[in-house]
Design a protein around this ligand. Structure first.
Ligand code: SF4
Length: 304
């Protein structure tokens, strides 16, 4: 086998499936290079490459790809359209390989772009086989590596227990909430006040989608359904004192879904909540002030 080095952008669905993808390539003995944590340089480069209408997470993704291209033989850019029967991914995910190809003029051979159209076993086999074809490895080895990686990934997902202090539900796409460049100030400020933060990731995915079933067919987008499921669950928990909704500028689904969540879930729950929109110009001072004000409100309500 040729010597390959697969670049994986540490953005978008890396924050959901990154450990699965890494384990898959590790099992196949194929070296992987990660683009690292988002920083100002990556954000600026992505912003320069993207069209103005792009959402913030897509701009960041372009910056990560730009960093990897000179160092890697291939870039792993899965196309994910759907993997839950009732919901779909937003168009950015379905068009990601095309966006990368058009932005950078990369040859198709350098993109590992498995097509995840749905969650059927046949589609999964085809997606894994397409990676194997791109790397000249046996489909049998690829399928075995995939099964191994899924098993390892699932074993990491568990419900966390043992909360002891005031709890805040932090609801937002993984690629914002888990990207420390964007949410570091929010998380640090809350933690410094003694809050325990709970995110959708702390809940089993199955439960989130079950919670979100009530919103079908109003909610079309899969990642939005996950957030709606988390918000609905958090609002029903007496131990959760407040909800923080984090969103990004330029996100079409969020611009609609946030309104929907406010009207159908957050306002009726009577819990304190705040919506924070991030963009490439968001500064620390403004975020910290808003989080502190929200925290004051949470505490006042708790004492009332
Ligand atoms: S859901 Fe929103 S933030 Fe996420 S990729 Fe789509 S447009 Fe961007």
């Amino acid at each position: 086998m040729q010597q390959y080095n697969i670049g994986i952008p540490q953005a978008l669905l890396f924050h959901e499936f990154g450990s699965l993808w890494r384990e898959f390539f590790k099992k196949l003995d194929i070296p992987v290079t990660l683009s690292g944590e988002t920083n100002k340089g990556i954000l600026d480069r992505g912003t320069a490459l993207a069209i103005d209408e792009s959402c913030l997470p897509l701009k960041v993704y372009l910056g990560h790809v730009d960093k990897l291209l000179p160092q890697c033989s291939h870039i792993f850019v899965p196309r994910i359209a759907q993997y839950h029967r009732n919901f779909h991914f937003c168009a950015k995910f379905a068009g990601l390989p095309d966006i990368i190809s058009n932005t950078f003029g990369v040859s198709p051979e350098r993109l590992l772009a498995p097509n995840v159209e749905n969650q059927t076993p046949l589609n999964r086999i085809q997606a894994v086989n397409s990676i194997c074809r791109g790397l000249g490895i046996s489909p049998l080895a690829g399928q075995a590596a995939y099964h191994h990686a899924v098993k390892a990934w699932r074993s990491q997902i568990s419900l966390k227990n043992g909360y002891s202090s005031q709890k805040i539900g932090l609801v937002g796409h993984n690629y914002l909430v888990r990207d420390s460049f964007f949410c570091r100030d929010i998380i640090k400020t809350l933690q410094s006040q003694g809050a325990t933060i709970i995110t959708p990731d702390d809940l089993p995915g199955k439960m989130l989608y079950e919670e979100a079933q009530i919103f079908v067919p109003d909610l079309y987008w899969q990642l939005s359904a996950k957030l709606a499921g988390a918000a609905r669950y958090f609002c029903r928990q007496s131990g959760i004192q407040g909800i923080m909704l984090v969103s990004s500028f330029g996100c079409g689904p969020d611009s609609l879904v946030n309104e929907y969540l406010e009207h159908h879930i957050l306002q009726p729950s009577k819990k304190p909540y705040i919506v924070i929109n991030l963009d490439e110009h968001t500064g620390s001072a403004g975020i910290i002030t808003r989080v502190e004000a929200f925290w004051d409100l949470v505490n006042r309500r708790a004492l009332a």
